[in-house]
Design a protein around this ligand. Sequence first.
Ligand code: PHE
Length: 330
Amino acid sequence: MQDWQTIIAQCQSLDELEKIRIELFGKKGYFAKEFEKLKNVPNEEKPQVAKDLNKAKNSLYSLLQAKKDDLLQKAIQQKLQEDYVDVSLYSPRSLKGAMHPVNYTMDKIIDYFIALNYAIETGPLVEDDFHNFEALNLPKYHPARDMQDTFYFKDGKLLRTHTSPVQIRTMQNQKPPIRMISPGAVFRRDFDLTHTPMFHQVEGLVVDEKGAVSFANLKFLLQDFLHYMFGDVDVRFRPSFFPFTEPSAEVDISCIFCEGEGCRVCSQTGWLEVLGCGMVDPHVFEAVGYEDVSGYAFGLGVERFAMLIHRIGDLRSLFEGDLRLLEQFR
Ligand code: PHE
């Protein structure tokens, strides 16, 4: 009889081992033949011979399995060795990644409010009429809806035109007090130097007991925030209108960006609008079932901030993915 144990032990490859397996355990293999021979063994010896045969079969089978695991491990190790890539190797062609200016600006804004313990809330990009308009005191056929060039779906849903619907969703799901910002993408049908159909806003909302939140608080907060963002600028509040705030204001900063450059970003007034804000309109609280509260809200466009911080002239260039632009922001 052949010394199967040695044959298995000396086997060097999985292919070879498979051949051995078939030779041993295959339909016409060694053990099949040996069991076949059993019928010629005298009856009284049969049990013992069969027992020995089974034992030998089981032990060789385990041996074969162990060898197979062993060879598999070796094969994996060898493959790893062959495929080894030294990721730390210096390549003169490798390009370093960098933050996109919009993300950089977004993070900087968020950092400010996180430090003041504001919660970050998010909402769906595909909104319904109620959250995007109705609950924000913009009933159907209200002319102020025209301020927002809306993308509609056939079923009446729409792409949110601002982050204000997140105010509504947050108030619907939480009891006051509320102190939140909501960063995210918004959509409007608009495309020129300073408008892209998709852009980003950060919404802010603070609600507390009636009388606990005032316009003075809002003013202080936004002044401090704008100094954090833009340094030593003048800030002014200009009366304005939003259906969801009353009173409402737009916030301008003094134009420090263009000295000697022939100013494209600032209007002739020397002021630059950067924020919308106001005290939350009572109709909005009514729509979400809040009573005896007061609050303020504000909203800003992130791209606009990014353009100012990085002195970018054409908003559209932020979304073209042109490395010549992006590489400047390492
Ligand atoms: N949602 C307003 C816009 O997109 C901005 C805003 C938010 C104004 C909150 C006031 C209060 O134009």
